[in-house]
Ligand binder design. Structure first.
Ligand SMILES: [Zn+2]
Ligand SMILES: [Zn+2]
Ligand SMILES: [Zn+2]
Length: 173
């Protein structure tokens, strides 16, 4: 018997493997050098469930003893975005955040303006609405990753949603 959690994890690691193979293939066919550093950037993103920024990825890799430059991290992220292997997300910070996109369903990010808490929401209804909106305007819905800025209930009810709730402590400002 395999638990659903385990199955889920297996599915995820399978997607990560697929993404890695796609990345290698695309680099090869488009004339980019397939370096180990570039692969580690992809892996870092696919192993994570949060929305990382370039610096965060750089620091994480450094901690793991990967010898990589900031410039390579930035360049690799551009490449991954170009190949549709990552999404860019605006969390209202001064920098861009990234998340894996291969094998990930379209979703909405609800972001607390106060404490930076991010919740991901998958909604068939939202999908339908966007599909219709696109159709109406002569488009066919592709992928999306949406951001909504809000106040988490903690703040609305008690005015004490605070940075301590922050799931991304590096971003205290
Ligand atoms: Zn940030
Ligand atoms: Zn909050
Ligand atoms: Zn997300």
């Amino acid at each position: 018997m395999v638990s659903s959690k385990k199955k889920n994890r297996q599915a995820l690691s399978q997607k990560a493997e697929e993404a890695e193979n796609l990345f290698k293939e695309l680099m090869k066919t488009q004339g980019y050098r397939c370096t180990r550093e570039r692969i580690t950037v992809l892996k870092e993103i696919y192993e994570s469930d949060s929305h990382l920024d370039a610096d965060e990825i750089f620091v994480r890799l450094k901690k793991k003893g990967v010898s990589i430059s900031r410039a390579t991290v930035y360049h690799t992220l551009d490449l991954l975005f170009k190949f549709h292997l990552v999404n860019k997300i605006d969390l209202g910070h001064k920098h861009t955040h990234y998340e894996k996109s291969h094998g990930v369903n379209n979703h909405l990010h609800i972001i607390c303006e106060q404490c930076d808490r991010v919740v991901e929401v998958h909604s068939d209804k939202l999908n339908e609405i966007l599909e219709k909106l696109c159709e109406k305007n002569g488009f066919m819905l592709g992928s999306f990753s949406l951001q909504v800025f809000a106040k988490c209930r903690e703040e609305a009810d008690h005015h004490h949603c605070s940075k301590s709730l922050n799931n991304d402590p590096r971003h205290k400002e």
